[in-house]
Write a protein that binds this ligand. Structure first.
Ligand code: MG
Ligand code: MG
Length: 264
């Protein structure tokens, strides 16, 4: 069932979204070779709780941590471990927070030090794909219009577009209808209407689109172990049009060079 949110509810979701954005900024401050994933997770949890919110992911279907930290060939749902980041790694930092009964959920893929050019391009183009998807997230369109646009852009580079995991509605529950796939056909899928709040989150692989899930039942990797990138924003369809509720502003405050990193 799709929920249609009031202006007041959307404001509350944005309040949670700003906490997520600030948390991503706190994590960005610490990103460098040698930092452990568990350290990042701990800082994020403390920051979220100090902000009067609770981590959305911790305990969700048994997920053990505040952040999903997905390094290199891990697409999403990586569990923070003692692994220490290395020069040349990429890491998707996905964060959720709930305040006043409403969740926010979004993600950014960071490059650590000197990243191979083809991997850097994968990140830039995945970020670009997110904004292309957002351009198609308009009342009157369908979810397939978003997916088609993302898929067409990414497959032109030969990238694998993950099918098994999708964007989603978000509000009182972390994951709500509709599913927002990163592939699809124009004019197909759920109709987009005013009041809808959903996450768009391309997961794009340098190699094949296929995935494998580790024995921990969470860590989702590329089947060929090539790297994967992941960016996620939350949008609301309102009287004003399409509003992006999430913000990378706090990331850009820490890493100003990230602001312009979008492949044209
Ligand atoms: Mg999500
Ligand atoms: Mg997410």
């Amino acid at each position: 069932m799709i929920h249609y949110r009031t202006t007041k509810e959307i404001a509350l979701i944005q309040e949670s979204a700003f906490i997520v954005g600030k948390t991503l900024g706190e994590v960005a401050k610490l990103l460098c070779p040698g930092v452990s994933l568990k350290t990042l997770d701990k800082v994020a949890e403390t920051f979220i709780r100090d902000s009067g919110a609770i981590p959305s992911f911790k305990g969700y279907n048994g997920f053990p941590s505040t952040l999903c930290l997905s390094v290199n060939d891990v697409i999403v749902h990586g569990i923070p471990s003692d692994y220490q980041l290395k020069d040349g790694d990429i890491i998707s930092v996905d964060c959720g927070a709930k305040k006043n009964g409403y969740h926010a959920d979004y993600a950014y893929t960071f490059m650590i030090g000197n990243v191979a050019e083809e991997v850097r391009n994968l990140c830039l183009r995945t970020k670009k794909a997110l904004y292309i998807g957002i351009e198609h997230a308009k009342a009157g369109n369908k979810t397939g219009d978003i997916g088609h646009a993302i898929q067409t852009y990414c497959e032109a580079f030969g990238y694998g577009v993950v099918r098994e995991l999708t964007g989603h509605g978000c509000g009182r529950n972390l994951h709500e209808d509709p599913a927002v796939p990163n592939y699809g056909q124009k004019g197909c899928g759920a109709k987009l209407k005013k009041g809808m709040v959903f996450c768009i989150e391309p997961m794009i692989n340098l190699g094949v689109r296929h995935i494998r899930v580790d024995r921990d039942q969470w860590t989702t990797r590329t089947a060929d172990r090539f790297p994967s990138a992941h960016y996620e924003h939350m949008v609301a369809l309102t009287d004003k049009g399409t509003e992006i509720l999430s913000s990378y502003q706090w990331i850009y405050d820490v890493l100003p060079e990230q602001r312009d990193l979008i492949e044209k």
